[in-house]
Design a protein around this ligand. Structure first.
Ligand SMILES: CC(C)(COP(=O)(O)OP(=O)(O)OC[C@H]1O[C@@H](n2cnc3c(N)ncnc32)[C@H](O)[C@@H]1OP(=O)(O)O)[C@@H](O)C(=O)NCCC(=O)NCCS
Length: 154
């Protein structure tokens, strides 16, 4: 699968669940987004993801998966982004922004006009920085305060 975009040594790829990169994506999701909360991803969670688009940020030299995101169709031209994570060792280098740009471009090509997501309060500044706005009050998800955020992409 060709890279969607490239920046230096980094590429963004859309992968299927039978891809050789899928286990590494799962490891990243578990280690960054679940284990710190004492949670895991169950077979039931994963079985519900068949229709979701899986993105990975890959180091093109090593083929290591260092970032991920997922995109799922809601209704009315809205897509939801979830499971956004960047490896701790490469944060604050613009790669989260780069990954989200690739996700948004894919959503635009697929004729979605808006992206929504549930942002952990710790990630809200990141999403504000890349053009998302908060909609409504905070709510609890996976035990953490979250905000609904959205961005028009068309
Ligand atoms: C949130 C996350 C994906 C951001 O990835 P990243 O690669 O570190 O972000 P970037 O380097 O692309 O940051 C883009 C911009 O947002 C800003 N930003 C990023 N995180 C920020 C924060 N916590 N507070 C304020 N600004 C922030 C950066 O300063 C940067 O601005 P710049 O372009 O002027 O330098 C990453 O920190 C992460 O994986 N966190 C843990 C998992 C998580 O919380 N995921 C989100 C679940 S909702």
């Amino acid at each position: 699968m060709p890279d969607l975009e490239t920046a230096h040594e980094w590429g963004i790829r859309v992968i299927e669940r039978d891809s050789a990169l899928y286990p590494a994506m799962l490891d990243l999701r578990k280690s960054i987004l679940r284990k710190p909360l004492g949670l895991d991803l169950s077979a039931t969670d994963l079985a519900a993801e068949t229709e979701q688009i899986h993105f990975v940020l890959v180091n093109r030299e090593t083929e290591n998966v260092e970032g991920c995101a997922m995109l799922i169709e809601k209704s009315g031209g809205v897509a939801k982004v979830r499971q956004v994570a960047i490896s701790e060792s490469i944060r604050a280098k613009g790669l989260g922004q780069f990954l989200m740009k690739g996700v948004e471009e894919t959503a635009r090509v697929r004729h979605f006009s808006e992206i929504q997501l549930h942002a952990r309060d710790s990630a809200v500044p990141f999403y504000l920085h890349i053009g998302y706005e908060i909609v409504g009050d905070s709510f609890i998800e996976v035990g953490l305060p979250h905000f609904l955020m959205r961005k028009k992409i068309a």
